[in-house]
Design a protein around this ligand. Structure first.
Ligand SMILES: [Zn+2]
Length: 412
């Protein structure tokens, strides 16, 4: 057996064991704390609401192990089970140019994978979300979303794959540097185009109506010196009762977006505080930092890929007999997450640090108590657990656990 095969299997097994162990800890911790609402929340959240959150989270985590196991099995089947080899050889018999063979292999893998994953997203939406009263998606919306998503991936993804493979095939030694420039330009373009051109494909955007809410928000934006290209409400309630607010885009093309479900849940003070938190992410440069991290890691990734692409053992040790540019790209994207999984806690830590900073910004610009009330309402409405397992949370959570976050705000 090739030593890279052994290394891959070791990392693969370690990550799977850690994932299962963490999920087990998380469920046990939540169940142990199911009988009492944590002190800080005792006046704001009823025992019944707390238990709903505990059951909702446990159900999701318990169910999440099936796709975890299933995806792990699929990865083994694609590589060592000969799935990729079969796909590659079948397309090769068509005798297409390598770039088109590559596009065909990549697109067919994407199509097959999304079909194979569909049962889980159907179950999660129509059984779990439905059982806890969050689902508002109909079969029709679900199917239309799926088709739109596929069409979008095809229209945007195909030209990108074509350019990348073309560079890999013929741009010489420094193809990875050119590809990096193309990829970076492409992702900046998508970030710019997303609010105006892409998001409206899935949701209806309407400008926030004149009134107290709009006045409050406009004043906050002025106070913080933030220029946006409009404040919008989207019909998130068509799919789910979970609420959210975000802004997207950059440069002059920035939009502030509220889910209609959030406007139903929060009062004006709370909405202002939530938006101030989002502005905090912007003002403290979290978005730019996040982008820089992605851009830098892509450069490292492409450089590693350039090296692996030339090594026959990279293909052979993962069950592929014939080296090619597209197989290198494909194997790389399949295999990398297994090796980077252990970096998860670092990314989560970075993200939680940003959350604290954004909360602090909101507390300066508005009132910490308003944000606390908003958060409590959101935890309640979304049935988010108040008692996550500390280790699970450290590994995965982009946001600090509810009691920690609220204690921080209360000290402000
Ligand atoms: Zn945040």
């Amino acid at each position: 057996m090739h030593s890279f095969t052994v290394l891959f299997i070791v990392f693969f097994a370690i990550s799977l064991i850690i994932k299962f162990w963490l999920s087990q800890r998380h469920i046990s911790h939540i169940q142990e704390h199911r009988q009492a609402v944590p002190d800080v929340f005792s006046e704001k959240i009823t025992l019944e609401e707390h238990q709903k959150a505990a059951d909702y989270t446990s159900t999701k985590v318990r169910f999440g192990r099936w796709p975890m196991l299933y995806d792990a099995a699929l990865l083994l089947l694609w590589t060592f089970g000969g799935g990729l080899e079969l796909l590659d050889q079948s397309w090769r018999t068509m005798g297409l140019d390598p770039i088109y063979t590559g596009i065909a292999v990549l697109l067919s893998l994407m199509l097959i994978s999304s079909i194979l994953d569909m049962p889980f997203s159907i179950y999660s939406t129509f059984v779990i979300e439905e059982r806890f009263g969050f689902n508002r998606t109909t079969a029709k919306i679900f199917i239309i979303d799926l088709l739109k998503g596929a069409a979008l991936a095809l229209v945007i993804g195909t030209p990108l794959i074509w350019v990348v493979l073309w560079l890999m095939e013929g741009a010489g030694e420094y193809w990875w540097l050119y590809t990096w420039v193309v990829w970076t330009t492409f992702s900046l373009f998508i970030a710019w185009a997303y609010p105006t051109w892409i998001a409206p494909i899935f949701n209806k955007f309407s400008p926030l109506e004149e009134g107290e809410t709009l006045t409050r928000i406009t004043n906050l934006l002025k106070r913080c010196g933030f220029n946006s290209n409009g404040i919008f409400v989207i019909d998130g309630s068509r799919r789910s009762s979970h609420g959210n607010a975000y802004f997207s885009g950059f440069g002059k093309n920035k939009r502030i977006v509220f889910f209609d479900t959030l406007l139903e849940t929060l009062d004006n003070d709370e909405l202002e505080a939530v938006l101030a938190h989002e502005l905090g992410h912007f003002k403290r440069k979290h978005i730019v930092k996040g982008m820089l991290i992605t851009i830098a890691s892509t450069l490292v990734g492409l450089w590693v890929l350039a090296w692996l692409m030339q090594a026959d053992w990279f293909y052979h040790s993962l069950g592929v007999s014939t080296p090619s540019t597209y197989m290198a790209l494909l194997l790389f994207t399949l295999v990398v997450p297994v090796f980077t999984f252990l970096l998860n806690p670092l990314m989560s830590m970075f993200s939680r640090k940003n959350e604290f900073e954004a909360d602090a910004f909101a507390a300066e610009q508005t009132d910490a108590n308003n944000l606390i009330r908003a958060l409590v309402n959101l935890y309640k409405e979304n049935a988010s657990t108040l008692t996550p397992d500390p280790l699970y949370s450290a590994f995965y959570d982009s946001h600090p656990p509810a009691p920690v976050r609220i204690a921080h705000l209360a000290n402000h």
